[in-house]
Design a protein around this ligand. Structure first.
Ligand code: PAF
Length: 282
C-alpha cells in the first residue's frame, strides 16, 4: 500500500496505473474507519483494479466548529485497517495541501441544498461538493463508492457527477449496522456503551415506520407515532423524521414511487448527532 500526502506525487502514481489501463476505484473518507468503510473498499475491489482511499477531515463541510474539533481522528489505526483490507493507495493531505490559503468557491445544489440535512446543516453540501469535486479531479477515478447511510450526500454527489459530466460510475453501498441495528458511523466512537445500545431505537423506528407505510398507514400518522416514540425516550432527541422523495429530499404525504421513497431520521444522543435512513423498498 502506498501512502501520499502531496497531490502531484499521487497524480504521478495514478497516471502510471491509467497508462496500464487499470481501473481506479475511489473511496473518499474522513478517516476514523469502521466496517462500513471496509465494505466500501470490498465493493471497490470487486469493481476496480486499483483501490484508492482518501482520508481528509474536510473543514468546509462542518457548519459546527465543535463537531469539526471533536471529529475522531486515528490515522495509524486507519492505515493499519486499510492495509489489511487490501487497499492500494491512500491519500492523506493536510488542509493546506487541499485548500491553500483560499477556498471560497461555493457549489449550490438547488433544492437539495435546503431540504432535510441541508436545512439543518447550512453550507454542508456545498462543502461536500467542493471537496468531492477536488478529489474527483485529483484521482480521476473510473468508479467512486459512497455509503447509503449518508443518503442525501449520495444524491448530491450523483447530481455533481450528472451535471458537471464527471466520467465516473457512482456506486451506493448498503449501510453496515451493529447487532442492535445502529448504523455504523465514525461518530459512534463518541458514544458510551449505554448510548450505543439506546441508539438502536433509530433503526427500530425506521423499520416500524416503513412497515406501517407499506401496510397503508397514512404518512402523517406514522410521523406522529415516531415523534411520540422519541418523546418517551430519555436520552434520544429527535431532530427530524421525514418521509421524502429521493429526487429532492422534500417531505411527501403519499407514496407515488416506493423505489424513490426514503425514510430519514436525525437524532441527538449526548452531544452526538446521528443520521440514518431506509429506502421504502428495503
Ligand atoms: O462521507 C464522508 O465521509 C464525507 O462527507 C466525504 C464524502 C468523504 C467528503 O468529505
Amino acid at each position: 500500500m502506498n501512502t501520499f500526502k502531496k497531490i502531484e506525487e499521487l497524480r504521478t502514481e495514478l497516471l502510471n496505473h491509467r497508462l496500464k489501463n487499470k481501473k481506479i476505484g475511489l473511496v473518499p473518507t474522513m478517516g476514523a474507519l469502521h466496517q462500513g468503510h471496509i465494505s466500501l473498499i470490498e465493493k471497490a475491489k470487486e469493481e476496480s483494479d486499483v483501490v484508492a482511499v482518501s482520508i481528509f477531515v474536510n473543514p468546509t463541510q462542518f457548519n459546527n466548529p465543535e463537531d469539526l474539533e471533536k471529529y475522531p481522528r486515528n490515522i495509524e489505526r486507519d492505515l493499519d485497517l486499510l492495509s489489511k483490507a487490501g487497499c492500494d493507495i491512500v491519500f492523506t493531505p493536510d488542509v493546506n495541501e487541499m485548500y491553500g490559503s483560499t477556498h471560497d468557491l461555493k457549489i449550490n445544489f438547488g433544492v437539495l441544498e435546503n431540504s432535510l440535512e441541508g436545512k439543518f446543516r447550512p453550507g454542508h453540501f456545498s462543502g461536500v461538493g467542493q471537496i468531492v469535486s477536488k478529489l474527483f479531479n485529483i484521482f480521476q477515478p473510473h468508479n467512486a463508492f459512497f455509503g447509503q447511510k449518508d443518503l442525501q450526500q449520495f444524491f448530491v454527489i450523483k447530481k455533481l457527477i450528472d451535471q458537471l459530466s464527471f466520467p465516473i460510475d457512482l456506486h451506493m453501498v448498503p449501510t453496515k449496522r451493529e447487532i442492535n441495528g445502529l448504523a455504523m458511523s465514525s461518530r459512534n466512537e463518541r458514544l458510551s456503551q449505554e448510548e450505543r445500545l439506546e441508539a438502536g431505537l433509530i433503526y427500530k423506528a425506521l423499520q416500524e415506520s416503513a412497515d406501517a407505510i407499506l401496510n397503508n398507514t397514512p404518512i402523517n400518522h406514522v410521523i406522529e407515532q415516531t415523534n411520540e416514540l422519541f418523546k418517551q425516550n430519555q436520552r434520544l432527541t429527535l431532530e427530524y423524521f421525514e418521509v421524502v422523495e429521493t429526487d429532492n429530499f422534500t417531505g411527501i404525504s403519499t407514496v407515488s414511487d416506493p423505489r424513490k421513497t426514503a425514510l430519514c431520521i436525525a437524532a441527538e444522543i449526548g452531544k452526538v448527532r446521528l443520521i440514518d435512513n431506509l429506502l421504502l423498498n428495503y
